[in-house]
Write a protein that binds this ligand. Structure first.
Ligand code: HEM
Length: 509
């Protein structure tokens, strides 16, 4: 069938009008509406927004290693936020292509956004390759679906369930420490070891398998993370990506399929155990709970197979990547601040002697917790908490139109001298001596490594337990100091990580 020329022309015109509406009219309108209310920011550049400047600023910031005397990683990891906050104030408008984004660092406004329960601020719709990594799991879900998923994960990662995980965590750390023996009296890159450890811990505790079984999942996830970071500020040209496939698109699609298949293999194995009578239930771990709901007799309670896979993806990723970052930076601090290393060891030996950590002792740790908190303040693994305005809303003094992204960088609040004092960039775990409630001038928004409000981290206690157990078992066996080969180069691959590892000199006790 031949389509008449006039109809073709009509559709072409429609596409052009929509294109111009998106890349010209929306930025023009939003910029004016916000500017009138005093919300300024860098100028919108046609199609690209501020992405080219951001890429250039990041390249500049990363061009040299950092001085170890300061832990102020904000200007390095998010140089665009740092620069524009100084120019335009605590809250400002910037552009991801033609998409308006407001960076919010004023504590009262951050609180309003993160504690909102009326649904005006929802999760930011994932664009590009990040969707392939996280799918529509709990991190992205809203409404009833989120409530159902959150209930499941709350149960799996809290209270008694967490206590039951302690032996599995210890077994993973023991396996890791076996491989440390050959480094005694030598240099070791702890990050390499923590990569495997954190993968093994989430595999054993949530999915009932070892790192070796989950290996394909982690390998494909690492590959996807690299593709995502490589394309972080690349602009999607309004549907053109669907017509013309780039090398990155093809690679990302293939990797997503591999990830799907490798998770499916783990799921099928568990299902087969029940089908063949080798097991009488799906199990009590996180995967078992997911499968139980997936096969629920009542259709209303069920989750689909897509949701099941997305949930596995989310927890494999969230359970590993963030705690990896925390452990690497904690060891860096302990290697530099050997006085704190000694204090932490003293506490560990008082609580456990040479025995493995136990739940009661873990709950009583104080010094190690202070060190973990301070590490998370200076090197927050999650560097941006995102939301999207779902409907026109009043935020503080601003009237904001819908469909704008909101970006909250915890590091900006964690380094604020008005909250933390002029020495905010220094490692001082004593800030946390009175516990979390008393820190940062009693400002509940002073400290956001795990977010805040209904969407705060569900794995907080899991991560804390894993870090406490790992650090305790290392401190029981080894003294360590920073190797002269260490290069201080914090960078962001989704989370904030040491680009070139953390090398320490290891001495057995
Ligand atoms: C040091 C370790 C960790 C840090 C710093 C961290 C940080 C965060 C932050 C900032 C959020 C809030 C995001 C938002 O408000 O949009 C979050 C949410 C979440 N985290 Fe973590 N996390 C850590 C460990 C973990 C672990 C170990 C797990 C899983 C076992 C996990 C699972 C999740 C999930 C599922 C959510 C989404 C919750 C929801 O939307 O209801 N996290 N995390």
């Amino acid at each position: 069938m031949i389509i008449p020329f006039s109809i073709c022309l009509f559709f072409i015109l429609l596409i052009v009008v929509r294109f111009l509406f998106n890349i010209w009219w929306i930025p023009f309108r939003v910029k004016n509406v916000l500017r009138l209310q005093g919300l300024k920011g860098p100028a919108y550049k046609f199609i690209h927004g501020n992405t080219k400047e951001i890429i250039e600023m990041k390249k500049q910031a990363m061009s040299n290693p950092m001085d170890l005397s300061s832990h102020d990683i904000f200007p390095r990891i998010q140089p665009h936020f740092y620069t524009w906050m100084k120019l335009y104030g605590q809250n400002f408008l910037m552009w991801d292509g033609a998409r308006p984004q407001i960076v919010v660092t004023e504590p009262e406004l951050v609180k309003e956004i993160l504690s909102n329960k009326e649904g005006a601020y929802g999760k930011m719709k994932l664009r590009g390759y990040l969707k392939k990594l996280l799918g529509d799991g709990i991190v992205m879900a809203e409404g009833e679906k989120w409530t159902k998923l959150r209930k499941l994960s709350n149960h799996a990662f809290h209270g008694e369930s967490l206590k039951d995980m302690v032996p599995a965590m210890i077994a993973s750390v023991e396996a890791m420490l076996e491989t440390w023996r050959k480094y005694e009296g030598k240099e070791i890159d702890v990050c390499e070891k923590f990569r495997l450890l954190t993968s093994d811990v989430i595999s054993r505790t949530a999915f009932g398998s070892s790192y070796m079984e989950g290996r394909k999942v982690f390998e494909t996830m690492t590959k996807l993370c690299i593709i995502i970071s490589r394309n972080a500020h690349k602009i999607q040209y309004f549907g053109i990506g669907k017509l013309v496939r780039s090398q990155n698109d093809i690679e990302a699609d293939e990797t997503e399929q591999l990830l799907h298949d490798s998770i499916m293999a783990i799921v099928k194995k568990r299902e087969d155990e029940v089908k063949t009578g080798r097991a009488d239930s799906f199990g009590t771990d996180f995967l078992g709970s997911l499968l139980k709901v997936h096969h629920d007799m009542d259709k209303k309670n069920r989750i689909s197979v897509v949701d099941l896979i997305d949930e596995c993806k989310t927890f494999y990723f969230a359970g590993q990547e963030t705690t990896y970052s925390l452990l690497c930076w904690s060891i860096l601090h302990l290697a530099i601040h050997t006085d704190w290393q000694e204090r932490a060891r003293k506490e560990v030996l008082q609580l456990f002697g040479q025995e493995n950590p136990n739940s009661e002792g873990i709950a009583r740790m104080k010094t190690v917790v202070m060190i973990i908190y301070e590490t998370l303040r200076l090197y927050s693994p999650v560097v941006t908490i995102t939301r999207q305005i779902y409907s026109n809303v009043r935020l503080g003094k601003y009237e904001l139109p819908e469909n704008i992204d909101l970006l909250i960088p915890p590091l900006a609040l964690h380094r604020n001298p008005e909250i933390w004092g002029e020495d905010a960039h220094l490692f001082k775990p004593e800030r946390f001596a009175e516990g979390l409630a008393k820190v940062g001038n009693n400002n509940s928004m002073a400290y956001l490594p795990f977010g805040y409000g209904p969407r705060a981290c569900v794995g907080l206690n899991f991560a804390a337990n894993e870090a406490k157990i790992t650090l305790s078992m290392i401190l029981q066996r080894y003294k360590f100091s920073l190797s002269p080969n260490y290069v201080h180069s914090p960078f962001q691959v989704l989370t904030a990580q040491p680009e070139k590892g953390v090398q320490v000199l290891l001495h057995s006790l």
